[in-house]
Each structure stands twice: as C-alpha cells, then as structure tokens.
Design a protein around this ligand. Structure first.
Ligand code: PMP
Length: 404
C-alpha cells in the first residue's frame, strides 16, 4: 500500500494552483514530476561538487566522477545489467535509439530487414527510416489488431534470416499496451536478429530485468522516471556495444588520437563523447533510488487500480471511445468523445486546472490505424489519486456539454 499523503508531499509542484484551480497532472506519459529529493540533489551537485569528470586530478573532479560512476552502478543494478560498462548515459530515449541505428549503418547490407511495430513512437520509426535510406535496408511493420495488440502470427511470418534488428516499445505511449517483449525477443533471436526495446513508457511503471529479457538494447528517458530532462540510458550487451562503431566523435571517447589514426576508448566511454550532463546523470540515480524505495510492485498495483477506476468512470460518458483496449495495459487512457476535437477538450479542462495530452502523441501511424486525427490522453502516475480522477471526469462532462 502506498502512503499517498506522504508521496504527494514529496512533489512540490502538486500543491500548485493552475488557472486558479488545484493542479491535476495527468500528463505523466509526456514527463513525470520531480520529487524534492531530486530537486535537492540538483542543488547539492551545483553548490558543492560541480566539476568536469574523468579528467581532473583535483578533489572536486574526483567527487563528481565518483558520483557519476556511482549513478551508473545504481542503474546497472536497477536494470540487472551484467556490467556497469553496458550502461551508457544519453540525453534520452531518442538519443539512445539514434545511437544504435547509426551504429547499425556499418553492419547492414541492401535488402536486410528492420522490423518495427505498428504502435511505435516517431522516435522509434524515423531513425530506422533514415538508416534504411543510408544502407538500402528495408523497414517492415509488425501489424496490430483493433485492441492495439501486436499480432503474433504476423510477426512470426515477417521474421526471417534477412531480419537484422527488431525494435519495439515495451509499452505504447499512445495506447498503453504492454507488449510481450520476452516473446518478441525470443522469436527474433531464433533468426539471429538483435532486439532493441524502447522502454520510455515502461520504466516509470516497472523494473525491467535486461538479463532475464535477454534484449540486446534497452533505452529509456530520465525525465519520465522523475529524473531531469536531457538524461537517459542506453543499455547494450557488451558484445553488441563492442561491435557497433561510436555515433559521435570527440573528447573522452578516444584511447589515442593522431592525425593518421584514432583508436576508441573502452566501454562505456566509447559512446560518451564530450562533457555529458553530469548533474543530470548523477540525479537520475537519485530518482531511480526514490522509485525503488517506494517499490515498483506497489507502484504498478496502485496505478492499475487508478486505470480500472478511471476506465469504468469514463465508459459511462456517452459517446466516449477508448482507443487501445489491450488485455495487458498500463495506466494510460487515450480516448475521443463523439466528433469533438481532442484539442478543444484539452483546452477546456486546462482552464479547470487539469493537464492532459491532446494530439497524435508522436504516433501518427497509430492515429491513422484507428482513423482519428488524435486523442485526449490521460496518463496516471503513482502520485495521482481517485479524487483527481473524479475531478477530471466532472470537468470532462462539462467540456462535452459545452462542445456538443
Ligand atoms: N518512445 C516512447 C514510447 C515515448 O513515449 C517517448 C516519449 N514520449 C519517446 C520514445 C521519446 O522519448 P524522449 O523524447 O524522452 O527522447
């Protein structure tokens, strides 16, 4: 059981009024709010430690390096990665996917195939399309059904020895579907393909075990797990990270440089060119600690309760259609009411202090599949409450009345 009162007190932003009303923040799929420990850790870093890492002999530089590497260790433990050097700090999910896609440019031949799913975020489509343009590889799409679930039989038909990488999200941001990633990974490995899992939406809700999953790459964003923006993680199996060429060149990622030839540093530095977001990387570790203290099992159970409660309440609104009704779903509800434009609903409920997402959620192919221009998306976090859902449903009813 979560101590909601205590948890909510950890988040200063939640006590704010917006447009004269208490803030109801249901845009957690876009980014999560930050607890006080995270805010304090940012201040502490800049007021007591700030120095560049891996370079200085001086004490501050050593402190900063130690804190940064300690955070890498925390994330290794969190993901259950075999080695700390399999954890690469990035600027976020988008950065991680692009780093892998660019690395694969050196490995692909014309006619090789890349599989993505029909429910990907643009950041897990566009980098692969760019890669196909560069290499002559072909992008294939694993279809989904009307509930927003991937169709297993079609996936199996698409897999062949031509498949070099399969890249799917663990949880869909537009639909909330939890994908059967263990099955997807196992099947891909049977044909020798690598698998990248986009964990942007999964990591706020569950604790992935990359060794149990046996995925080759797992990426996520710090800002969605209560950490700072501009942070993220690329996990890659050691063998894969050794095989892929680096995506950016610069300081920190080299062993030796001369004008004739440069050799690259060992992992993880090979993929960490330049001065990184040092404070962000350290504080991402603080955010992960915070979530682990609450516990992912308790978080998932409570969020599921919120999902069930909100779904049952929303279904009572006439003309409301939920997009994404997968059997395994996380606390995301995408919906439309009649022909009302999602933007109009979002604008009215915002006046009542409620933050929801409206639009295509960077997943235009998903919207095309369901034949809608966009949806209203309410996405819940462990600090949300049933009372907030009641406020939202009441506001939504008002909005629908005004717009009908
Ligand atoms: N993939 C998914 C499933 C997402 O939800 C998001 C963020 N909405 C991203 C990728 C991209 O994450 P970021 O913008 O933090 O790089």
């Amino acid at each position: 059981m979560l101590d909601l009162q205590k948890i909510r007190a950890d988040f200063p932003i939640l006590t704010q009024k917006v447009n004269g009303k208490p803030l109801v923040y249901f845009d957690n799929g876009a980014t999560a709010q930050k607890p006080q420990v995270v805010l304090d850790a940012i201040t502490k870093y800049y007021s007591e430690i700030n120095a560049n890492i891996h370079r200085g002999v001086h004490t501050l530089s050593q402190w900063a390096t130690d804190a940064y590497e300690e955070s890498r260790g925390k994330i290794q433990k969190h993901l259950n990665a075999k080695h700390a050097h399999e954890i690469i700090f990035t600027a976020g999910t988008t950065h991680g996917i692009n780093a892998v896609a660019n690395g694969f440019a050196a490995l692909l031949q014309p006619g090789d195939e890349i599989l993505v799913s029909a429910m990907e975020h643009h950041s897990n489509i566009v980098p692969w399309q760019m890669l196909c343009e560069r290499t002559g590889a072909v992008l294939k799409v694993i279809p989904m059904n009307e509930k927003g679930e991937l169709i297993r039989s079609e996936y199996e038909v698409l897999l062949s020895e031509k498949t070099k990488i399969v890249t799917v999200n663990h949880i869909s941001n537009a639909l909330g579907t939890i994908n059967p990633v263990d099955y997807i990974i196992q099947k891909a490995h049977e044909v020798g393909a690598a698998v990248l899992i986009d964990g942007a939406q999964a990591t706020p809700h569950l604790k992935p075990d990359v060794q149990a999953l046996d995925c080759d790459f797992y990426v996520f964003s710090g800002h969605k797990v209560c950490g700072p923006t501009g942070t993220g993680i690329l996990y890659g199996k050691e063998a894969w990270l050794n095989k892929l060429p680096p995506y950016q060149g610069g300081g920190e990622m080299i062993a030796t440089v001369s004008f004739e030839k440069t050799t690259y540093a060992d992992l993880p530095h090979k993929f960490e060119a330049g001065t990184p977001n040092i404070a962000g990387g350290i504080v991402l570790g603080t955010a992960i600690d915070y979530l682990n203290e609450i516990g992912f099992e308790a978080i998932a159970a409570y969020e599921h309760e919120l999902l069930a409660y909100a779904t049952q309440k929303l279904e009572q609104i006439e003309g409301l259609r939920i997009i994404g009704t997968a059997e395994h779903k996380t606390s995301v509800i995408s919906f439309n009411v009649g022909n009302i434009h999602p933007y109009d609903i979002g604008t009215i409920v915002d006046k009542l202090g409620i933050a929801v997402r409206t639009g295509h959620h960077c997943a235009q192919p998903v919207m095309d599949f369901f034949g809608v221009p966009g949806t209203v998306r309410a996405s819940f976090a462990f600090y949300n409450t049933k009372e907030e859902i009641d406020i939202f449903v009441e506001a939504l009813q008002k909005a629908v009345m005004m717009l009908s």
